[in-house]
Structures are given as C-alpha cells and as structure tokens.
Design a binder for this molecule. Structure first.
Ligand code: BG6
Ligand code: MG
Length: 211
C-alpha cells in the first residue's frame, strides 16, 4: 500500500523532545516567562527561531534581533550539553524495530526533522544508515507546520506523497504531514494530535499493517 515511511526524529525516534523542553523552559524562566507542558506542545516540531518567537510573545517586553539571537544561542548550547552524552541506548523503545520492519516490508525509510542538530543526534544514536533519505533544517525554507519538509522527503525518495506514511509526535508535525497529502500516524495522545489518522501511545505500538 505505501512505498515509504517518513519519520520525525525528536520525540519519535528518541526522547530529545524532553531535552528541547528542558532547554526552552530554562530559557523562558530566565526571562520571567511562564512555561509548562501544555504550552510546550505548541513548540514541538517548530524550528528554533519560531519557537523562541512563540515564547517571547508570552512575555511583556520586546527584544532586538541581537537579543533574540543570543537567547536562541543560549538555548542551543544548553540543548547540546543535554544531547552530548546520548548513545544508541537512547533510542525510544520500538523505534529501531519500526525502522527494521519498514525495510523488511520492502519500503523506504525517510527522516524529516527541522532540527539543525538532527545529524548530530542520528550519529550519536548510530542510525544514520537506516534512512534512505534525510531532510533537515538545512534543506528547507519553511518549518513545520508547513508541508515542505515532508514533500521534500517524498520527492527525494522519488515518490508521490500519497505513497508515504508520516510519523509524528507534534501537532505542527501532524499538520505538515496532512497538508503534504500523506496519511499521519501520531505518537502520543489523541486529544492533542487531533489531525492524525491513527494515534499510538508510543513507538512500541507501531504496526505497519494497521495503517
Ligand atoms: C524539532 C523539535 O525537531 O526541532 C523542536 O521538535 C525544535 O522542539 C526544532 O525547536 C529545532 O531544533 P534545533 O536543534 O535546530 O534547535
Ligand atoms: Mg517531534
């Protein structure tokens, strides 16, 4: 039925979504801006400067471009400290099995991540070779929720969007998949991932034949 499965990275393959959360939380609180898990859902899948803009919009003052770049850089340095000690043990349960099942079924594997740290994370996890194509921040002009990243992944695989299944943990990521014209599997809660065609609680429950 499908010819490829295109996976998000942060929060699907590994729990870096939690590291992004911790780093943004510290940054927001350093500016006196409240930060919680519910607001964090709006940031998942959104690129670095886009996330910062959403956070600062909740504060009471305005920031110069120079200040914004300094804040984004501080967040990224904290995030890079958090990912520095990652190893293949940090793959989420079920993630490797899902990648293996997709290839065993004769389908291609793709990765779609708006993170500038995506290749670092793939290398720390030792899984770069498990993807037939990778689209990261360097290859796209528009962050999720724009469909560009999933469309680019499909194009790089030489496939039509309808032949691809997308897997995402973020509201913005599911929107990107759906607006690309693909079927979306959400990983998380159905109350949050409302536009997903299927929702599984974790990658442990990923079954290619169910979608
Ligand atoms: C996405 C994450 O994968 O990458 C976001 O879901 C993050 O939380 C975004 O902001 C950008 O990441 P980076 O590593 O370029 O700051
Ligand atoms: Mg994600």
């Amino acid at each position: 039925k499908y010819q490829a499965v295109i996976f998000d990275l942060d929060g699907v393959i590994t729990d870096t979504a939690h590291y992004h959360y911790l780093a943004w939380k510290r940054l927001a609180e350093s500016q006196g801006i409240p930060f919680d898990e519910a607001f964090n859902e709006e940031l998942k899948g959104v690129d670095r400067m886009g996330s910062l803009a959403l956070i600062l919009a909740r504060g009471s003052r305005s920031y110069t471009q120079e200040e914004k770049l300094a804040l984004a850089d501080a967040k990224n340095r904290h995030y890079q400290e958090l990912i520095a000690t990652m190893t293949p043990q940090d793959l989420l349960p079920g993630a490797l099995e899902a990648l293996e099942a997709v290839r065993a079924a004769g389908l291609k594997t793709g990765l779609a991540s708006v993170s500038k740290n995506a290749f670092t994370v793939l290398d720390r996890l030792g899984i770069r070779e498990r993807f037939d194509t990778v689209v990261d921040a360097a290859r796209i002009a528009n962050s999720k929720p724009h469909p560009e990243i999933f469309l680019t992944a499909a194009a790089q695989l030489g496939l039509a969007p309808r032949d691809c299944l997308g897997v995402e943990d973020a509201v913005a990521g599911v929107a990107s998949i759906k607006d690309a014209g693909m079927v979306a599997v959400g990983v998380g809660s159905p109350e949050v991932l409302r536009r997903a065609d299927y929702v599984i609680p974790s990658m442990r429950e990923f079954r290619l034949g169910d979608y």
